[in-house]
Design a protein around this ligand. Structure first.
Ligand code: GLU
Length: 285
């Protein structure tokens, strides 16, 4: 199968050195494999996504010497596919509606009977399960504007798997987790946010499959989330890609770069007269 990878930025701020590294590495790998490189705009968070940022992403990537296949996929245009997948999981009884807000979750997760300090997984505080038996479920209709959670224990029972393995090619972490570990340390993640009708996790697995991605190249900060993605791929009958979770580019203090680190924004380096080769050297490519 042709090596097919993608760069999937969210247009919520300027690209920084970390994004440049990820995009260049994926692009280089596709070229070396005589494969395909696609671009996907992950704009499901309508409250934060901006056209201006999307345009700047295109400009920065072109300047870096990156070329992608047309057309560019925009997640905001894929909502019907996300909804069908949600309804499929809902009808299997694997989702439930959750009405907890952040404060409720923190309070329940820090209650003395929970041990006092909340467990944090790849998706934030591991959900203490408040709505697992109280929230709406199939056969009730799938509510259109509600937060929906995946019942992780039910999902793993449905799959009949005692462990989940991911095919990881760079990151050194253990590539297998037992079902018990996934239930305990990841738990019932939000699969559709009330304000979005989807989530990063659901959209990313559906779109990687839809775009025929064989190789996902992204930062090591998303390594743990890959176990969520592996569960969803299996539930939805989607192929599982190979993963390449690369090292993170850090600032001088060793902190990983965030969108707000405008100091490391590619547009800033461009304005200062640096060349794409300088950016490659700065990220060690
Ligand atoms: N949209 C995600 C981000 O901006 C990338 C997700 C991925 O590569 O899977 O971090």
């Amino acid at each position: 199968m042709t090596f097919t990878t993608r760069f999937a930025p969210s247009p919520t701020g300027p690209l920084h050195l970390g994004h440049a590294y990820s995009a260049l590495l994926a692009h280089d790998m596709a070229q070396a494999a005589q494969g395909r490189f696609l671009l996907r705009i992950e704009d499901i968070d309508r409250s934060r996504a901006r056209t201006e940022w999307e345009e700047l992403i295109f400009e920065d990537l072109i300047w870096l010497g990156i070329a992608w296949e047309a057309p560019v996929m925009r997640q905001s245009e894929q909502m019907d596919r996300y909804r069908s997948a949600l309804e499929m999981l809902w009808n299997q009884g694997l989702l439930y509606a959750c009405s907890c807000n952040r404060r409720d979750i923190l309070a329940a997760a820090t209650a003395p009977q929970e041990g006092g300090s909340p467990l944090v997984g790849p998706d934030g505080i591991v959900y203490p399960g408040t709505c697992r038996h109280a929230g709406a479920r199939a056969p009730a209709a799938c509510p259109p504007e509600a937060a929906l959670r995946l019942d992780m224990a039910a999902a793993l029972r449905r799959l009949g798997l005692s462990e989940i393995r991911i095919d990881e090619r760079i990151h050194q972490g253990p590539c297998v987790k037992s079902a018990g570990e996934i239930i305990e340390t990841i738990g019932d993640i939000v699969i559709a946010r009330r304000d979005m009708g989807t989530s990063y996790h659901l959209s990313v697995v559906l779109d990687d499959a839809h775009q025929g991605i064989t190789d996902v190249v992204r930062g090591a900060d998303l390594f743990e989330a890959s176990f969520i993605h592996a569960v969803l791929q299996r539930l939805l009958g989607l192929p599982a890609p190979r993963y390449h979770h690369h090292r993170l580019i850090r600032d001088a203090a060793g902190k990983r770069l965030a969108k707000r680190d405008d100091a490391k924004a590619i547009r800033k380096y461009r304005a200062e007269g640096l060349r794409p080769e300088d950016i490659r050297a700065m990220v060690g490519l």
